[in-house]
Ligand binder design. Structure first.
Ligand code: PAF
Length: 279
């Protein structure tokens, strides 16, 4: 089946309104394309929860910093459309930058503390860009629910906060991270890894699992995190931007063992690998 593609907000709304008239529930899966099994899992989850699934593919310039990979971010609309169709998607919304940010566009959504630490500190402005584009996509599609991966855990917390704060009538469905058989979390940016870096990358997940086990066993937090960071650096990571135990909702750091989320970003060359796990 060829997937219908719409590029304007009016066409997107016309499709969604048609489904609604038939009493159908609609799920939205926002993406930046370069789709992999993780994205297709979001589409399948949307399919389980709703009658229709709309995916968006939009490489959002406002969430990339000046020295980040916006221009070289992988783009393959034909390939993405074929994958979406095979996963059961009903419609692709693929707007241009001018549709999303027409001349004179000036709004920015800033969600405050949940966006300041961790990725927010490493990538200033990133979550304002994400929150702004996701707000627009949610309002444009008017879906009943929207699916986001737990892989980008701080992004998921930010989106939950924006839906709460702005009373957007949509349910946010967090979907567990999809991993390679060796445990590496799927990411479009894994394509940038050399064969040698790929061998090191798998250690991220393994080391984090060891830290989770230590914390669950009652190990003191700071030494467990320091040991995990040292092990990652010894394994070949160029830098560990953070390895932290945080409150699962506010992302504030926890210094005592207990339920929370272990979050980490480690760098291999120019690639930043993110992962997180429940503790
Ligand atoms: O996770 C992503 O792919 C992007 O950050 C999102 C949510 C589609 C917003 O551009």
């Amino acid at each position: 089946m060829t997937l219908p593609i719409v590029r304007t907000v009016a066409d997107l709304r016309a499709h969604v309104a048609g489904w609604r008239r038939q009493g159908e529930r609609v799920a939205l899966v926002p993406t930046m394309g370069a789709l992999h099994e993780g994205h297709l899992t979001l589409v399948r989850r949307g399919r389980e929860l709703a009658d229709r699934v709309v995916a968006s593919v939009f490489v959002n310039p406002t969430q990339f910093g000046p020295s980040e990979d916006f221009s070289r971010y992988p783009r393959d609309e034909g390939g993405d459309a074929a994958k979406l169709a095979s996963a059961g998607c009903d419609l692709l919304f693929a707007p241009t930058v001018d549709v999303m940010y027409p001349a004179g566009f000036a709004a920015t959504i800033d969600l405050g503390p949940v966006t300041r630490r961790w990725e927010g500190a490493c990538r200033p402005g990133h979550f304002q860009g994400v929150a702004t584009v996701v707000t627009k996509l949610l309002l444009q599609a008017g879906a009943d629910l929207a699916c986001f991966g737990e892989k980008d855990y701080q992004q998921l917390c930010t989106i939950r906060q924006l839906v709460r704060d702005l009373d957007i009538p949509v349910t946010i469905e967090g979907v567990p991270t999809v991993r390679e058989t060796d445990g590496l979390a799927l990411s479009s940016r894994n394509a940038y890894l050399s064969a040698e870096q790929r061998q090191v990358a798998v250690r991220l997940n393994q080391v984090m699992r060891d830290v989770v086990a230590a914390l669950r066993g009652g190990a003191p937090v700071a030494p467990a995190l320091e040991a995990g960071t040292a092990t990652l650096l010894a394994a070949g990571f160029a830098a560990v931007d953070y390895l932290a135990l945080v409150d699962a909702a506010t992302l504030e750091p926890l210094d005592q063992p207990g339920p929370g989320r272990l979050i980490c970003t480690a760098r291999l060359g120019a690639v930043r690998l993110l992962d997180n796990m429940a503790v």
